[in-house]
Design a protein around this ligand. Sequence first.
Ligand code: NAP
Length: 522
Amino acid sequence: MPAPETAAAEAFHGVARPGGGDVSVVMLGRVQHFDAVIVGAGFGGIGAAIQLNRMGYRNVAILDREDDLGGTWHVNRYPGLTVDIPSTSYSYTFEPNPYWSRLFARGDEMKRYAEFVADKYDVRGYMRFGVTVSSARWDEDERHWFITLADGTTMSAQFLIAATGLLCQPCKPDIDGIESFAGDVLHTAQWNDDIALAGRRVAVIGTGSTAVQVVPELAKQVGSLNVYQRTPIWVLPKLDFELPARAQRLFAEAPALQRALRFCTDAVLETMMVLAMWRYRRFRFVNKAAGLAGWLLRLASIRDAQLRAKLAPTYDYGCKRPTISNTYYRTFTKPHVRLETAGIERIEADGIVDRDGVKQQVDVLVLATGFDVWETNMPAFEVIGRNDRNLGKWWRENGFQSYQGVSVPHFPNFFSMASPYAWVGLSWFNTVEYQMRHMARVLGEVQHRDARTFEVTEEANERYLGWVTETLEDSVFYAGNCAGSRSYYFDENGQASLFRPTSVRSALRDQERFALSDYTIG
Ligand code: NAP
C-alpha cells in the first residue's frame, strides 16, 4: 500500500485519530444501564452505532467476543483474502475511501477501513472486546432489556441491536475420524500463521468462496495440494486492477469521480443480482449468460475435458454464492495440485481416505468448510422477548421471518441486523445502510413522541412476510434448479429465507415509505 500523503490518507492508514466515543456510566441499581447495547463490532455494529450517534444517543456499548473490531475482516486472515465485490461498492456510501489499492481490496485494507470509520465517527470508545453475550431478556415492567454476559455480568439497555453477522460461527465438518488426525488443522476463519506450509503435503476440504481464494495462494507454497470437492462452485472471471497512488490522489481530490466509479460497479452488481437471481423467471437468459461466462473461463483455463467436467456446477448460477477468480481453475492444472471428487470416507491420523479407498498422506488439513448460518447463528445468542417468546424457538416453529429484515413482533426495542429476509444481496454495506435508515425512522418517531418503546405489529410482519415470500417465487431459488447446490442460502426448512429480493434502491426507498403505524410506539 502506498505511503499516506494527506491527513485523510494518514487517518485511513491508521496513523491518526485516537478512538472516540463518549462512555458515561449510568447505573440502574447495581446494573450498568445503556441507551443501547449493540452486539457485534463489525460493519453492522459500527453502522448502527453511527446511526445512534446521529440521533443523539451517546450512552452506548458495543460488545464483541473477539479482541478487536472489524467482524469478518478481523477474524478472517487466510492467505489470498480479498473482497469479492468491488471495493467501490463494498464500503459505506457516506464514507467512500479513495485509498483502496485495487478494485478488489485485500482483507487487511477492509480491517483498516473499519478502524478508520470507527475512529472518524467516534464509536470506537463504545467497544468492549472479549465480551460474549449469552442471552438477552426483555423486562416488560422496566421496559428495557437485560443482557447477560458469559462471565455472569448483567447490563441493561433501552434498545438492543444484534449485529452479529451471518458468517461468524465456523463450521467444522463432521467427518469420520477427523479428531484422530495427528497433523496440523487450520480452519480458514481461525488461521494461524505459525503453522508452516512451505513444501508440506496439504489437503483442503471445501470449494466455496473461501477455497476459491485460498487454494491458488496455498498452491504457491506447499509441496502437494489435494482439494476435496463435494459440490463444484460457480467461478466467473475477476475484472480486477490496481489503483495506483495517482488514481487514489485523484479520487481523494475529486470525490465525484469515485462516486461515478461506484455508480458503475453498483449498477453492474445490481443488474446481475436483480435479473439473474431475483427475476430469474423472466430473465433466465441473464442467468444463463453468467453461466456461459463460467463455462468459457473453464474452457480457457483447463485443457483436460474431464477435469473441466468435474469442476462444472450442475445447479443454476446464483443458487449459492458465486465466486470470481482468474487463478482458481488454472491452479488445478499444476502438477502438484489434485482435485479430489470421490468424496471423503474417513480421516486417519496421517491422511484422508476417499470413497474409492485411495489414501492421501497429509501433513496439514485446511478446513475451508464455511460457517453455520442457521443452527447456532439465528440468533447468535438467546433472545427472550415479551411474554417469554424465545426468538430462536419461535423462528423454528413459525418459520424464519422479520419485518423489513430488522424487526420481530413480541421483541420490543430490538433491531436484528443479521435477520431472515434482510440481506439485499452482494455488498453487506447495502443491507446495513437500509437498516440504518429504518432505525432512523423508528427511533426518530420514538423521540418525536417522547416514547420509550417500539414494537412491530404482527399484522405488519405478516404482510411483509407474505410479500417477500411471494416475490421470491420468481427467484432462481424457486424458479430455477438449485437441487444439489447444498447452499446456506436455504434454511433448515428448505426456504430461501436469507434474502430481501429487491434492488438496493428499492430497499432504501422502502425505509422512507413504510407506515409508522406498522409499529406500536409507546
Ligand atoms: P461455504 O461457501 O459454505 O463453503 C464451504 C465448503 O466446504 C463447501 O464447498 C462445502 O461443500 C464444503 N464442506 C462443508 N462441510 C463438508 C464436509 N463435511 N465434507 C466435504 N465438504 C464439506 O463457505 P466459505 O467458502 O467459507 O464461504 C462462506 C461465505 O463467506 C461465502 O458465501 C461468502 O459470502 C463469504 N466469503 C466472502 C469472501 C469475500 O468477500 N472476500 C471470501 C470468502 C467467503 P458443499 O458445497 O458440498 O456443502
